[in-house]
Write a protein that binds this ligand. Sequence first.
Ligand code: NOJ
Length: 559
Amino acid sequence: MSETAATSSSVPSGETTITSRPPWWRHAVTYQVYPRSFADGDGNGVGDIPGITSRLPYLRDLGVDAIWISPFYTSPQHDHGYDVADYCDIDPLFGTLTDADALVARAHELGLRLIVDLVPNHTSSEHPWFRAALAAAPGSPERARYMFREGRGPNGDEPPNNWASVFGGSAWTRVPDGQWYLHLFDSSQPDLDWRNPEVGDMFEGVLRFWLDRGVDGFRVDVAHGLVKEASLRDQVLPQGERPQSGVDVNGPAADEVVDQPMWDQPEVHDIYRRWRRVLEEYPGDRMLVAEAWAQTAEALARYVRADEMHQAFNFAWLQAPWSASAFAKVISGTLEELLPVAAAPTWVLSNHDVVRHVTRYGGGAVGLARGRAATLAMLALPGSAYVYQGEELGLEQVEVAPEDRQDPTWLRTRNTDHPEVGRDGCRVPIPWSGSKPPYGFGADGSEPWLPQPDSWAPLTVEAETGDPDSTLEFYRRALAARREHAGAELGETVELFDLGGAAAGAGDGADVLAFRRDDLTVIVNCGTTPVELPAGEVVIASQPLTGTTLPPNASVWLH
Ligand code: NOJ
């Protein structure tokens, strides 16, 4: 399937015109649902599939095009579903396969596409394959599906190499017969050996299982990690640095490229070429989006070559600080690197792994103003945008009390010299209605799996609906404006420009991002003084404007 599907139609004169219609994902706004925390249909404190289905009209009305759902498969939930014990079934916590079918059908009925999450780097330690591996002897075919190795040191009692788990501690765990297995994440998430053909065959079956059920695409977890450098050699660490995963999901992008024998190996791309071929056997524009924490824009672009994935999350955008020059650098770097592969860019500010962007940008009223401004800029950029549940309500990162934390990152590091609070703070269940927890997330009196703050009453969907100043109404307006003014009909070229006189007139604090896409002009004031706007009609602003200036921490679209 080509990336631009050509459609032909007859015009009254009898001539045939050819118009080109890009596939849906190229310009889609996709809303990420973290199922544990979206909507709890059965009142057991954990969100579920019937809950999601019941809220689909809300998402349609919000104005998104697609939904990506984090894993809902059978799982012991040590990493909240990113530890899969059966890729072709639903965990009873979330529902049944029948519920999943109903979700797909209802989404399609409402005109929404549905992307599921595929977790191919590792299984759960409760997957039948890993159980069989533990029961089998070293050197057996069962062990060969994972990365079992002998240890180092006189009795083999040191791990095979110095790799660290992304969640803290060593990436190796020893089993009773003395061998070690690799887990780049939790010890309950053993890494598969993708050099073993059985693994690729198994996942082709998984892809087909979900494609046959009608899903529109897959978000591919840890897409940069499936193949490790064959030597499994030590990672060379900058002097004085402790072993680290190379993925710091809460920190800024590393300025220097570091040695990463566990990530982004050239052979990984063969896997995605095979998957692309599988998807192309199916009707409709099915798609793959990579979660690949590549170290450079150039490395990321390799995942979206014409015969590989369709998209890759652009984490550089999410990692950029609140700074016009940082935003400009990411925009130009992204577009430049994607040009040779002709892939559409993606933009994302928050997800279930990172501190919510309102908090990253300073929190409180300033953080919220900046969050809205950055969102409006994102929605004007070419390509597709990803929105994480709750950001449309202006939610901030929650400080979850130590005794309530559940993230394996916290559990693995809490008693070390480098404790990490983990990611629970961006995963607190969504407030829908009412004035106290569970705020309509589940039945009254039910207890959400992570406690919701008492301060959330003004941030429920119910409270924000109809209030023109609310973040929810702002998102609704912004998504509608994108459809009307910044959709597929605009070119994919972005012209960054200097506001010149207007910015200069703003004083020394001027730090302004300005770009054009055809006749749409976008200005983001990252500085500390108001900026004089160029001539033009205001399409939408991230906050009410008075006169012809744009206040700090605000953005605007002009025609
Ligand atoms: C990335 C996912 O987004 C994250 O939540 C998960 O913990 C790791 N991959 C491991 O699967």
